[in-house]
Design a protein around this ligand. Structure first.
Ligand code: FAD
Length: 265
């Protein structure tokens, strides 16, 4: 069985695969629908990529090709022309390659990009539209992880993918806290969405919440558990903006509490 199957060979999937191999995960595979890996990088003709990783400026397609070669050299199994069509419980993935149906099983599966293949069994986050995830990107079926836009996170796919690779490597070695006694995070007044959708219950809480305001407004951004306000700050919010709340230092509420995040005028 594959250790980690990554759906999508864009910057997030490639960076996650490289990080997983660097962390010593034996079998990592990327399933990519297109013939060429790179995702959004393939549409970027300017020489603005690759300085940090390869020490020179490259076009998006050239950078994607170098990342793909690096992944192959690290031992990542690359399956281009392989479209994932459905996700089944416990890391079983249905797909199609060269006109034939395929079935693929992995201990963990990472979802990248924007397209969520038919995933009837994964709980969704009504605010972000993607799968509901915890602070590590772990889905309701804990064989699945999601990163980037799908997980309600903004930022360069490559950094988010590398971070997802680290979390999955931690998980495979038993290093992530259990999702039992998790805290649900709900978008309240003034918000379109909040990610992650729940938090594995660890004390002290770490990481951050990422918030999409519903409209332009000024007010107090706050996190509460019932009537107890755990965090507050004044904000001027705009719907195109993402606001972050650093969870470090927020008092950990009791097991199974619901955290409401809201902006009150
Ligand atoms: C011009 C431009 C330049 C950019 N440059 C960078 C950069 O240098 N570094 C960076 O980190 N981000 C870059 N981005 C960032 C970009 O905005 C996202 O952060 C990034 O594309 C998200 O990466 P991703 O791998 O999650 O998604 P994508 O790039 O969208 O890749 C997703 C991949 O999944 C594949 N896929 C989709 N559905 C399926 C399926 N069902 N089965 C199998 N495969 C599937 C797609 O074909 C695609 O290759 C750039 C964006 C643009 C528009």
């Amino acid at each position: 069985m594959i250790d980690v199957g990554i759906i999508g060979g864009g910057p997030a999937g490639l960076a996650a695969a490289l990080r997983l191999k660097a962390r010593g995960v034996p079998r990592v595979a990327i399933l990519e629908r297109e013939a060429t890996l790179g995702g959004a990088l393939l549409t970027s003709p300017r020489r603005i990529h690759g300085l940090r990783r390869f020490g020179r400026l490259l076009t998006g397609p050239a950078y994607a090709a170098r990342l793909t070669q690096a992944a192959q050299a690290a031992g990542v199994e690359i399956l281009p022309g392989h479209e994932v069509t459905a996700l089944r419980p416990h890391g079983v993935v249905e797909g199609a390659a060269g006109g034939a149906a395929s079935l693929f099983a992995a201990r963990r599966v990472l979802l990248t990009g924007t397209l969520l293949p038919v995933a009837g069994h994964l709980r969704l986050n009504s605010g972000t539209g993607g799968p509901a995830v915890d602070q590590y990107g772990r889905c309701s079926d804990t064989a699945y992880f999601a990163t980037g836009t799908l997980a309600g996170r903004a930022g360069p796919g490559e950094s988010l993918g590398a971070m997802a690779g680290d979390y999955i490597a931690d998980d495979l070695s038993g290093g992530l806290p259990s999702l039992d006694g998790r805290l649900e995070v709900l978008a309240g007044q003034g918000l379109r969405g909040v990610a992650p959708h729940w938090l594995a219950h660890v004390a002290p809480l770490r990481g951050w919440l990422e918030i999409c305001p519903a409209e332009a407004l000024k007010g107090q951004l706050r996190v509460r558990a019932g009537e107890a306000v755990l965090y507050r700050r004044r904000v001027r919010a705009h719907p195109a903006q993402r606001l972050l709340i650093n969870l470090n230092g927020i008092k950990t509420p009791p097991d199974d509490a619901q955290l409401i995040v809201e902006i009150v005028p």
